[in-house]
Design a protein around this ligand. Sequence first.
Ligand SMILES: *Cc1c(COP(=O)(O)O)cnc(C)c1O
Length: 501
Amino acid sequence: MGMMYTSTRDNSVRMTSAEAIVQGISKEGGLCVPMEIPKISLEFIRDLGELSYAKRAEAIFSLYLTDYTKAELEHCTKAAYESEAFPEGQVCELAHLVEGTYMLELWHGPTCAFKDMALQILPHLMVTAADKAGMGEEELVILVATSGDTGKAALEGFKDVPHTKIMVFYPADGVSPMQQKQMVTQAGENVVVCGVKGNFDQVQSTVKKIFTDKAVGARLEEAGKVFSSANSINWGRLAPQIVYYISSYAQLVADGEMTLGEQINVVVPTGNFGNILAAYMAKEMGLPIKKLICASNANNVLTDFLRTGVYDKNREFFTTLSPSMDILISSNLERLVYWLCDGDDKTVKALFQSLSDEGKYQVPVEVMRRLKDDFYGGFCSDEKALETIGQVYKTYSYTSDPHTAVALGVYQDYKKETGDNTKTLVVSTASPYKFSRAVLEGLGVEMSGQADEFDLVDTLAQSSGYDIPESLSNLKGMEVRFNTVISEDEMESFVMKELGL
Ligand SMILES: *Cc1c(COP(=O)(O)O)cnc(C)c1O
């Protein structure tokens, strides 16, 4: 019997991993979770050290995606991690900051942010899953609402993938200049990008409405099409994120930096709680992780939750220099709460009902105790993030983007507070070049307000020590393919027209 999946809000639900990946979310609104977390031994981890990244991914997926054949997993992992999307042998990189502190750089993929780690493989997992479900001739239509990084990463992942079409909607005034350039110049025959007048929440809620509209769904079905979703609660995005934690530990052991079994801390700049949840799963599988350090920006709803057990989204929303973490509802937290409640679906359902009714919930005392064992929560203001960018550069000659700087800032506080000197992995989630203006400000380089994105990138190149990623420098001469901006209430007819319906 292979691994089956259930729902955080209804334990009677059963799905295979392929079904969980195609559906994205369970029918009654819960999230798909594996019915148990498989265990790995230290020997398993050590042996991974001998393998390529794609092979490490295949070995870990074979524990979770048991309804995929070995050949299918091999195909998916190779297509994602041994393609030209990542520099050869460099799917992720470990940079040494200082003795015992390692930066896990997850932004060497095509869009320069960590979303590529999952969105390069998700299309392959999804198309394979659709084939298995006998949907081979149907077209999967991926609808995405993005505040920046996810849209571009999904476009790169799904471009020209047979039997798929991807449509990305972004708030016309709500993404960074570089993020917008990345999207409107997107190549591919099956891609559509469209700006929407409104903020991210409005774009997202309209996409959800179209996604679940019965009449729209029926018209798609008649035409042999079906909606699917690439957002961060899809199990097919979470599973690939477990891989790099186990992989980097195996690498540190292989490199002689750590002894097998030695504990490590992990610091993760967090928004939707996907990345850090994957680290928690790696720990539950048996990776020797000591503390999971959850770093937030001024939108510190998670810091408060980890300290008090009360999740309360009724608070001011701040637009910060780390926009991919500007979020007040961390959707993936539902999976953690489910596991910490020992799979009590009734409790989870009640808590998240309370979140949607009142904007808050409080977890039971026992859950709180277990949270405190595994997690430390902290937050870092924009001011401190800028200071950290400058200070880390001065001390270690290391340039960090504003999201990574939040992680570094919180890690400093953690060490000061606890005196814990355990070796530590700090997750670096974006290339500094994606947020050049803020990084230059942190480095103390004066720039005029008029300077265009590529001037900023060139200036940053003089101090950062990194080559400018070609995927960003190439944007400069690229033609804009998508300049449509519509209003929210035009989105549905736009989707239908693009689908020829
Ligand atoms: C998405 C994102 C994050 C937050 O990751 P979650 O999985 O949502 O917690 C952090 N940094 C960057 C650069 C991102 O794009």
